[in-house]
Design a protein around this ligand. Structure first.
Ligand code: GCB
Length: 681
């Protein structure tokens, strides 16, 4: 992505309550002053100014039903109201959370999970910036409320974009900064007083991006009265996907006993004949409890047992977690059942949580990426959470279709470009053996002020939240802390040194990277990564139309990076837009033929360099996706090998041939047949 002109983007904050009549999204718009403020956001600004926020304490176990835990889905239709008041602050001034939202003014039905942008015909909602309000009334099962001291009721959001404040029956229960990651609140004390009465959940969400959010952005007021209406502003972003917002992932209520298993951390080591599963369990609610653990295989047989809050389980002849196409039974997971017993209020409380555990190891050498001691080559894709109508909202049909397409393609991996994906998607990666480079929302970090202390502290918190969520996933083999930051800027050195060191301290078991498009000689973050992940668009953004330059430029790229760092390299993005159905021979840009020809040029060099130190290739992109409007985007980014509706373009067949060939060459299995493997699971 070309950078936005680097001028000073720091005029003063807009006055409080300033009228904001028209909001439009724009990347790199110019012509006015930029405000650092959050739209309707004196409140948020205050919060962000408070300094180093720590990730909320405690665990973030996925809410599973177990013998001691129930779960109630809150998906479906919610009431919705965007705050179109001039300062976007009417909801706070008039305390919309204190009454049913419909009593505050007109509401519409809004599906959850979904982005709100594409649901109506209203362009001002599609491009809305500021606070929106969601509300749902729920009746809780009486049994949750009867033994009021012993049942804990938790309200959990899989994610909401980007700043969330939640009230239950008018009482604020949680605030959370950032999209893409879960947050929750114990609401027991609020709901237990009123059995039989619907409980009202109100959510205020603000999608404004500032230089200190992740991803960063800035609000720009267009002050030239000869060109723009009064108080006109745009949200500038430096990333290339539509800035969808809303409640994007499942909202659930779940229960635990009042003394409960709060977190479990598992790491694994293994040799051929024996594996060790190291565990740590934290319990909240009492210091007097007992813990017992049993590890079962997929036949239900107990293979190891343990007790206490920390220890090691020994597994003889372990069945390892293998990537898709590397083993005939990929994605093997044991079940770790953790049982806690405690006395509280004169009764015996028992909590049970079952965690899937994959046993595998990851190591990086100067030329290889090893999974279970065997060289692993990433032949995969970059994706987006993106679809028409629902935007970034979780959609099971789309999720399952995508996994079927990935396996059809022979892809063994993807990067969660450019933010953490839904836990439900990650579960399927674990189950199918799809290897993941897990990326945080550090995309578009370009402005100098986004490398300051405030941004850095927030980035550290986001990494804490990401690792807390995904640390036990066997599919996650590497953390990516950013995509294409301005890593050539002087403050990038300290910034990435700190973020990467923090990530490694939180999780010493996985390598860490960030994805760069900077010049190898100027990049100040690369010294700290374990694997070099590099993006390049030769013959597209550079030398457009000149496919013949690819072999030389790509070879030079790899050789420069390797000679500088002696670290293995992944081509983490390469691609070309193609408009499906547009043909041209000889190949011209935007035709399906050009996309195919570009692939072939890149592949010839990958084939040479993968014998040395190139350890992977991830196409940009799996599917077409929506972006801001712009002169280089035709209803979005068309670099997908599938259309947005998941139909293959010609390039998909080229990639499929290649990926299956690589899988067959590198597999220790008898030749894998395409159809056979697709239906392995
Ligand atoms: C990139 C970015 C990705 C863009 C892509 C493109 O380098 O990482 O987010 O979508 O290029 O197509 O411009």
């Amino acid at each position: 992505m070309p950078a936005v002109a680097g001028r000073d983007l720091r005029p003063p904050l807009p006055p409080r309550g300033r009228a904001l009549p028209t909001a439009k999204m724009a990347a790199g718009a110019s012509g006015g002053g930029v405000a650092r403020g959050v739209v309707g956001g004196c409140r948020l600004l205050l919060l962000l100014a408070l300094g180093r926020a720590a990730a909320p304490p405690g665990g973030m176990l996925y809410p599973r039903e177990t013998p001691s835990r129930e779960r109630k889905e809150l998906g479906g239709l919610w009431s919705f109201r965007a705050d179109f008041s001039p300062g976007r602050d009417a909801g706070f001034v008039h305390r919309w959370y204190r009454q049913p939202l419909r009593q505050t003014g007109p509401v519409i039905d809004m599906p959850v999970p979904a982005s709100f942008n594409d649901i109506t015909q209203d362009p001002s909602l599609e491009n809305y910036i500021g606070w929106v309000w969601y509300e749902k009334e729920v009746l809780l099962p009486l049994r949750w409320l009867q033994d009021d001291l012993n049942t804990r009721v938790v309200l959990r959001f899989g994610s909401a974009h980007y700043y969330s404040i939640v009230w239950v029956n008018g009482v604020q229960v949680v605030e959370h900064e950032g999209g893409h990651l879960p947050f929750e609140a114990d609401i027991s004390s609020i709901v237990q007083g009123s059995p039989g009465i619907p409980c009202r959940i109100t959510v205020a969400l603000n999608n404004t991006l500032t230089p200190h959010t992740l991803p960063p952005g800035s609000i720009q007021y267009m002050n030239d009265k000869t060109r723009y209406p009064k108080n006109y502003f745009v949200q500038n972003i430096r990333f290339d996907f539509f800035n969808y917002a809303g409640i994007h992932r499942p909202v659930v209520l779940y229960t635990t006993p009042s003394v409960y298993i709060d977190d479990i951390t598992v790491t694994t080591t293994s040799s051929e004949s024996v594996a060790m599963v190291q565990y740590q369990v934290s319990v909240v609610g009492s210091t007097l409890y007992s813990l017992s653990l049993s590890l079962r295989d997929q036949e239900g047989k107990v293979v190891a047992t343990g007790d206490g809050p920390a220890g090691e389980l020994k597994v003889l002849n372990p069945k390892l977690w293998w990537p898709y196409l590397m083993h005939e039974n990929p994605g093997y997971r044991y079940s770790l059942e953790v049982k806690m017993q405690a006395q509280a209020n004169g009764v015996l409380l028992e909590d049970v949580y079952t965690l899937p555990v994959g046993i595998r190891t990851v190591h990086v050498t100067s030329t290889q990426f090893l999974i279970n001691g065997k060289p692993f080559y990433f032949h995969g894709v970059n994706k987006h959470e993106d679809a028409d109508i629902r935007g970034k909202g979780l959609d099971w049909s789309l999720v399952v279709k995508d996994f079927n397409l990935l396996r059809w393609l022979g892809a063994n991996s993807f990067r969660t470009s450019h933010y953490p994906y839904a836990e439900e998607i990650m579960d399927l990666c674990d189950a199918y053996g799809i290897v993941v480079i897990d990326e945080c929302p550090g995309v578009g970090i370009k402005m100098p002020e986004s490398f300051g202390n405030k941004s850095l502290q927030h980035h550290l918190v986001v990494m804490e939240e990401l690792i807390r969520r995904d640390k036990n996933r066997p599919s996650v083999v590497m953390w990516s802390v950013a995509n294409e930051p301005a890593s050539e800027l002087p403050p990038a050195a300290y910034y990435f040194k700190t973020v990467i060191a923090h990530t490694k301290a939180l999780d010493p078991s996985r390598p860490v990277t960030f994805v760069t498009d900077a010049n190898y000689a100027l990049d100040r973050g690369a010294p700290y990564v374990d694997v070099i992940c590099v993006n390049s668009y030769f013959s597209w953004y550079h030398d457009p139309g000149h496919l013949e330059v690819i072999p030389l430029q790509l070879t030079t790229q790899f050789e420069n990076w390797y000679k500088t760092y002696q670290k293995p390299i992944i081509q983490s993005e390469y691609g070309a837009d193609s408009v499906p159905g547009l043909h041209s021979d000889p190949p011209l840009m935007f035709s399906e033929e050009y996309q195919k020809a570009m692939l072939r040029e890149y592949h010839s060099i990958f084939d040479k360099k993968k014998k040395e130190y190139v350890i992977g290739e991830l196409i940009w992109n799996f599917a077409d996706f929506m972006t801001n409007q712009g002169t280089t985007r035709v209803l979005g980014n068309k670099k997908g090998i599938f259309t947005r509706q998941r139909q293959p373009k010609s390039a998909a067949f080229v990639l499929r041939e290649r990926y299956w060939k690589i899988a067959n060459e590198s597999s220790c299995l008898p030749p894998i047949t395409k159809s056979h493997t697709l239906f392995l699971k």
